[in-house]
Design a protein around this ligand. Sequence first.
Ligand code: ADP
Length: 482
Amino acid sequence: MSSKPSRSALAALHPRKTLAFRLSAAYSLAGLILVILATASLYIVLRTELNRSTELFLADKLHVLQTMLRERPDDGEALNEEIELESQARRYQQFYIRLLDERGVPIMTTSGMAEQLDLVELASRTRGRSERPIAMVGRHGKPFRVTSASVAVGTPPTHNDTVQIAIDISQEDDLLARYRFWFWGILLMTSVLFPLVGFRIARDGIRPVEEIAAIARRITSTSLRERIESEGYPSELASLAGTFNEMLERLEESFERISRFTADIAHDLRTPVNNIRGEAEVALARPRTADEYRDVLESSLEESVRLSELIGDLLFLARAESPFTELHRETVNIGELLTTVHDYYEASASDAGISLVNDGTEPLSAELDRSLMLRVMSNLISNAIAHTPPGGTVTLAAKNEDAAIRIEVSDTGVGIPVEALPRVFDRFFRVDPSRSKASGGTGLGLAIVLSILTLHGGSAEITSQLGRGTRVTLRMPVLATR
Ligand code: ADP
């Protein structure tokens, strides 16, 4: 049996680290590394410099003694002054000098040297070494740097004496120890402070994201009015909040449209159903003649036809909006298409006293769904005929525009008021509901036109002047775009 751990079990084992945690951990680590590097390198430089200055000082002293012994080997006073007085002149950096003859018998020694240092050890440790100073601990635990050198006496040299120099470096060691103390102190402080400050900065940075998430979590179909106040947000998050607000705006708009649409559907379905029911109830209230029953049945049939047309239109619109809707494209000769609809509507137009003119006889063709385009044309022509008084004209035209076809249906009818124009493509919108209902309009005709044009990758526009007429312009690409 497979024992693969579930996703939630894995998540419990390895809890997701928050962004604030990751950011503050990264800040702290980077900060600590920087502090360690800076303080450690300063410490190394300081220690090297202190050592170097001690070495230079010892080398300098040795050089002075070498010169004195070479040039004035018998000037004991000067030598004594150098060895005794000079060494006492430095209060904070005591140093000691001892001069031994060629047999190793001390000639001159700075007073107090034997008390501070084990001279036997000094001699044995510095014997045979180069002049580079070595570290040595004094009798009282004080740190020293000691060196010794063989020095030629007289010019020309008669023999070699030995000079031993020791310098007390406790001041330098104290300084370095204080430095190390501060180094650890600063490290301790920063390792507490950095994560705190880092966490604070990260949390402040992330707060807008959390606010956006909280609002997103609160939003339901009834609270789409909510918006994010992005004042004070950094620009990246302000633009995220802006995008989010725009999305809410669109959602709110489409929710409103859907609820309006649902109310309209309910209303439009209820009317014919109520009519059928009312008539049936009245008819059944008492016995009727065959003619009376026939009248009721005819009227019910009419209402049923209206109902099924409405349901058919609604179904069509719902299918047209589905992303899986496929067009059955073929090469359609536009001239032929216009002639077909023209011929179909000519009789009803002339019955209404309207002349239907076909100007679209140019040989144009495009990749279109023929039966849907017939539906578009018949919706537009029947609208035009319905809203044009006798004596008027309805004109069909088609033109080639770059890689698009433009089809126009214009009439010399009643026109549409300016304020109603932006809404005529909306579902169930009627300029004058009472008038349209009388003529059987559902308010879905232009919505269906627009959705078919959208399916074809085209557009539909309407211009109108009250009392002078209306023109609907369709544009669609010659070649299939999807
Ligand atoms: P309907 O199916 O009710 O005609 P449409 O969606 O086709 O609905 O049209 C919406 C509204 O636009 C109609 O109620 C009508 O008042 C107006 N309309 C459409 N075409 C024309 C036109 N050619 N002239 C005047 N008004 C028009």
